[in-house]
Design a protein. Structure first.
Length: 261
């Protein structure tokens, strides 16, 4: 997909791997100056190197999305480097693995706080810090990464479900409030995306694979590029009348029951 982001600055949090890296590369390929933000310096620098190997523009900025002060400082550093902010993609997020997934009465309180802090508070902190700069640039886009789990809750994942549902409704609230500032705000709700973690958890043996794919009408996992191209669409000028949308990229998972009963 081709779009024109020449002379635009695109910030991507959690850009060190998986979906974040794919988005960083694709936006750079479409002309953007990409601010690669991650708490993990090594993985963030690897994303920058992948972009620069193609002769494209990117710079790494360390960012802990759970720190409001760090978010403000990072936005200031990005302005110093690139002069403007046009697009913010709130991608940073975490969840617990299967061994820590329990019913709510047994769910670990510290894990609850940690997930809410990264997945929901991080969106709030980074957006609040970036919005004045986007307004100064004359408007732009914020794209929040939610999840199908925020639309159709999963069992034994109360914190992730709550955080991602919060992201979806926060997106709508932001779209209402920021339209007058020429800022469009949308969210992407990925389904099962093939990355290192999902490959290890769900696609490492035929039984687990079939159990997962039985829920997906397209009968395949998505790829990080599927999310990257959705983000490019939402941020491009051709989507000028799209705001407050929650775009599911899930192979049809949330359409209904995919299995026969």
């Amino acid at each position: 997909m081709q779009a024109d982001f020449k002379n635009k600055t695109v910030i991507i949090t959690g850009a060190g791997g998986g979906i974040g890296r794919a988005m960083s590369i694709r936006f750079a390929q479409n002309g953007a100056n990409v601010a690669v933000c991650d708490i993990d310096r090594k993985s963030g620098q690897a994303t920058v190197e992948a972009i620069r190997q193609e002769g494209l523009s990117a710079q790494f900025f360390p960012l802990d999305v759970t720190s409001q002060d760090n978010a403000v400082q990072t936005m200031a550093a990005i302005i110093a480097a690139f002069g403007r902010i046009d697009v913010l993609i709130n991608n940073a997020g975490i969840n617990v693995g299967p061994d820590k997934r329990f019913p709510i009465q047994d769910f670990d309180d510290e894990q609850w706080r940690r997930i809410i802090d990264v997945d929901l508070n991080g969106v709030y902190y980074c957006s609040k810090a970036a919005i004045p700069h986007i307004i100064q640039a004359g408007g732009g886009n914020i794209i929040n990464i939610s999840s199908v789990v925020g639309l159709v809750p999963f069992r034994r994942q109360c914190a992730f479900t709550a955080a991602k549902a919060g992201v979806a409704n926060l997106t709508r609230a932001m779209a209402l409030e920021l339209a007058e500032n020429q800022i469009r705000v949308n969210a992407i709700a990925p389904g099962s995306i093939m990355m290192e973690g999902t490959a290890r958890l769900f696609y490492n043996d035929p039984v687990k694979t079939e159990a997962m794919l039985s829920h997906i009408p397209q009968h395949r996992p998505g790829t990080p590029d599927d999310i990257a191209y959705a983000a490019i669409y939402l941020a491009c000028a051709e989507a000028a009348y799209v705001t407050g949308a929650i775009l599911t990229v899930d192979g049809g998972w949330t359409c209904g029951y995919a299995r026969d009963f």
